[in-house]
Design a protein around this ligand. Structure first.
Ligand SMILES: [Zn+2]
Length: 441
């Protein structure tokens, strides 16, 4: 009896503040040889499956550097909630955007990585990309596997991750912002049905091209939108690309079992992969037609919380991730209005989301607000990266508060909704808080 009452006291106590990880993209450098400096290390094969993605660079604006600067400034604003005087200052900022609570709660903010490699470039004789890889990697000296960015995020078990990027794709002259989103199992399963049933292919392709996911990101120009979807679905399910516009495996392009390249409770051990590799009707089958989901990761993927994170929701598709990203962008737009730089007429455009099997929104449990906040090729965005980082940072900090606690306000077409995420449904799951059960440590 005594034990029971202690347990209930423990449960009622607010043990955790909400945690947010601010995740500025990139940080390292695409150096050769990729066998030493790459990313996406496959323990089983003992090599890097990818080069290091160093991000956008344009006329002295380096994505990794600007995004870190904005994230660090946003963290400083959120860190203010740790003290009484800081809370007052943050409340004053919030009240320019909406109606904050009388008592601002403390928010724990973290950065996903240190500043970029240039900070100590000339001293480094070691593995330059070690602090910046997305996936786990072996230490150069000991060979011991070290956690990459995704594993470090998982170890913090946050409610929210805000991933900040720039893009160098062709931009409208006036610049643009976009969310970066990823669907859940339900949408990817179209590719499984496509592979399994040739008679239904035309219908399934038409169904995909009518869905909100149809504007799939094309990373190889030999593939059209549907072909790119099939290829990315194949990478998600079986680790291989498919051939252009086909559901047949391209055995020359292996991209790894990414769920096993990070440290979390959903990874399979290497022995499991060896045991099931290439087997029909198993999770390590090598064709879409033979793939059958089973095990911790695929149970997670088919579960309700991943549907909430990645499908349907307030934006109509893309789930809470899409809403969170859109809110960050809408707060950025509002910030430039509040600071008198934009009028409603000149406010930044939000263009269609970038849709693919992005790693951070897939392999962390947190709500992932993943955003491209500017186009480096737009003169207007370029100027803003140089001069207005503090405004982006303020918008990110306000958006974090609003997503966690809500920030009621007058809304309009351009403006944030101010509604909080429904975090309770993740916290109150049978089996425990969804956000906090991701870590293996
Ligand atoms: Zn980027």
């Amino acid at each position: 009896m005594r034990v029971l009452s202690l347990v209930s006291v423990f449960v009622l106590m607010p043990v955790w503040a909400y945690r947010v990880v601010l995740d500025p993209g990139h940080g390292g450098r695409d150096l050769v040889p990729h066998s030493a400096y790459g990313d996406k290390y496959d323990r089983r094969l003992n090599y890097y499956l990818d080069k290091f993605r160093e991000g956008a660079r344009h006329r002295g604006i380096w994505e990794f550097e600007v995004m870190y600067d904005i994230a660090a400034k946003a963290k400083a604003l959120l860190d203010a909630t740790q003290s009484e005087s800081g809370k007052k200052q943050f409340a004053a900022i919030l009240s320019r955007y909406g109606q904050p609570m009388a008592e601002i709660p403390a928010i724990e903010a973290f950065l996903s990585r240190p500043p970029g490699y240039t900070e100590n470039y000339f001293q480094i004789r070691e593995d330059l990309n070690a602090p910046f890889r997305l996936y786990d990697y072996p230490d150069w000296r000991t060979g011991e596997i070290q956690p990459g960015t995704i594993s470090r995020i998982n170890a913090l078990a946050p409610e929210l991750v805000v991933t900040l990027h720039l893009t160098h794709t062709e931009a409208p002259k006036q610049g643009a912002m976009a969310t970066v989103i990823t669907p859940a199992f339900r949408t990817y399963a179209l590719a499984l049905r496509y592979a399994a049933d040739p008679a239904q292919r035309n219908q399934l392709k038409a169904q995909f091209l009518r869905s909100p996911w149809r504007n799939w990101f094309i990373s190889d120009n030999r593939y059209k939108k549907f072909g790119s979807f099939l290829a990315d679905a194949a990478i998600y399910f079986i680790g291989f690309w498919t051939l252009p516009e086909s559901s047949e495996t391209d055995f020359s392009r292996f991209r790894g079992y990414r769920q096993n390249l990070v440290r979390w409770v959903y990874a399979d051990r290497d022995e499991k992969v060896e045991e099931l590799y290439g087997q029909k009707n198993e999770r390590y089958a090598t064709t879409l037609a033979d793939f059958t989901p089973a095990g911790a990761f695929w149970e997670r993927e088919q579960g309700e919380p991943e549907k909430w994170r990645r499908e349907d929701g307030p934006e109509g598709f893309g789930g809470d991730n899409h809403y969170a990203g859109m809110e960050v962008l809408r707060y950025i737009r509002k910030a430039f209005l509040i600071h008198g730089i934009d009028t409603p007429k000149t406010a930044a455009k939000i263009i269609e989301p970038y849709i693919s099997t992005w790693a951070v929104p897939t392999y962390t449990n947190a709500i992932a607000a993943f955003v491209e906040i500017a186009h480096t090729t737009s003169q207007r965005d370029y100027m803003r990266m140089a001069r207005y980082r503090h405004i982006y940072a303020e918008a990110v900090a306000v958006a974090v508060y609003s997503l966690l606690y809500g920030l009621p306000q007058k809304t309009g077409a351009l403006l944030p909704r101010g509604k909080p995420l429904n975090l309770k449904r993740y916290e109150n799951l049978a089996g425990g808080n969804y956000f906090r059960r991701v870590s293996q440590n």
